[in-house]
Design a protein around this ligand. Sequence first.
Ligand code: MSP
Length: 645
Amino acid sequence: MSGLPFYVTTPIYYVNDLPHLGHAYTTIACDALARYKRMRGYDVIFLTGTDEHGQKIERKAVAEGHSPKEYVDRITAAFRDLWGELDISNDHFIRTTDAEHVRAVQQVFQKLYDAGDIYLGSYEGWYCTPCEAFFPEAQLKEGNCPDCGRPVERLQEQSYFFRLSKYGEPLLRYIEANPGFIQPASRRHEMVNFIKGGLEDLCVSRTTFKWGIPVPFAPGHVVYVWLDALTNYLTAIGYVDDPERFERYWPADVHVVGKEIVRFHSVIWPAVLMSLGLPLPKCVFGHGWWTVEGEKMSKSKGNVIKPKEYADEFGVDALRYFVLREAPFGQDADFSRMSFIYRVNADLANDLGNLLSRTTAMINKFAGGVIPAAGEWTDLDRAIPELAGETIEKAAGAFDRLDFQEGMAQVFRLVGAANKYVDEAAPWLLARTDEGRRRLGTVLYNLAESLRIATVALSPVLTRKAAEIWTQLGLDGEPSDAGWDATRWGGLAPGIRVRRGEPVFPRFDTKAEVASVSAGKPADRPADEPAPPESDLIGIEDFARVDLRVATILEAKRVSGSDKLVKIQVDLGQERRQIVAGIARHYSPEELVGKQVVVVANLKPATLRGEVSNGMLLAASTAKDPKELSVLTLDRPIASGSKVK
Ligand code: MSP
């Protein structure tokens, strides 16, 4: 065991249902984090598993005519299988029915009791079985569960209680002293308010059903599922019988959970740990929820996304990439088949795949298939290693903060810049002259090296395709084995023979999915096509009807779910407007900001993919090569809003 320990956990999933996109999301995120940390030299324990006790599961098993154990064995297998399919690299899979876990929970219960934090009382209140949670009357919403909206049941039974109320003040102090404990900050604020609202003691045993861990000293009582479930984080690292291992990995570095269970992890769990005299986890990160085309994902709506179906159709890498790239990790996100295909096409096929294909093709054509040594350098060439250093450092910082979206956006900045560099450096022109040839090696080397570095940095997410790119670059082994240090510039040795192969990322057909977004623009006229006949000519008064103005671009953002559209805010002198332009494949949003462009200011507004466009930006393009496009800019600066005539 070398390296500092790093312990990351997913929630353990209820086995009352088959795994879906939500479960896969948390697990893929933890997997990417675990892989990244391993590459950074950490001794990682990545834990996932299943939460198998409770009334809900007991009822479900009975309804299906099975014993609870038969039932949970079947569903647990489905989780394990899916994690295998999605390349989840968990070090351990815990089940709350494991004998070791049963012992751990019983020990924990006994210790809490011995510490005077558990007492026998009588419970009368409302219980939501699907959420396995009690609610005071005042918290119910229209008489239903405040979390899931389903009916609650009135319960009256003798139960053991945990003195949660005693821990409100220490918890608030801890949260204040450790601002990184609950993340993102919005969740921390919610929890602080919740605790300040007053904590009630928690009912931690039940007597009305049997499918649970028996309370050691009280026959007929089973341990409340959440206390049972949370203890899994201790069991898995040897709480019961491997003190050395436990000492090494506890406290956990991060419990990654969905936003709906942050409360259990950042209020109940730390209070239990305080009572046990154990240190608290360093961080509880509450991520957002996926909706599907704006709707809550639910069986009754029939819109549950099955991760395996997407992985089978588009590849595991595409699924892993999409879920982590589409939205900031702490915020909610919306899933649609269309946005999935758009993103995968735009980033993986058009950007990354294209860079690989162009680079290996040019190395074959201009360097005999062998990665050349660098030759002479210009400023344009020097900018590439510089950008690689900057983007990789930022990507690492983002991955460390679990900001997967930003981490990948940084790597794709490098990929985008490398693609642009191909166009600007134009190796095919360099190959024509002696002077050019002295620089050609530099350009080809820089392209291959940028690609190699991007591949290493993306390998925690692109578990299979990164390895394929690696092979096509002529490299041996796996990018993940190269370690994060391999993202340093210069690791690529000249002289390696590339192995150009099939496109690594196929483009998926969007035509079947969507109507064209070009909003009915007439087809372009090829440059060599003759001018229109005289009858089609317009008079100056026709031209004057078009109000052309100079606009300065203030902000630019890609339109979510589209690989073509950018949403820009422009200054038109007297007013500010939003325009949506189909230039995302040709310009990055950053490049556009600050440019002075020409817009049609009196065009009827149109809505493109849900965004209102108030005008049109002018750009030139050729019909021959749809990749060629150039936005009209001004020769020298002039006031925004100036008329163009
Ligand atoms: N068994 C408890 C957790 C105990 S942890 C000690 C539980 N299980 S669960 O099966 O309901 O899984 C909840 C987790 O699934 C969420 O925290 C989240 O990680 C994930 N998701 C379920 N649906 C989701 C979405 N629609 N979107 C994103 N993730 C969600 O709660």
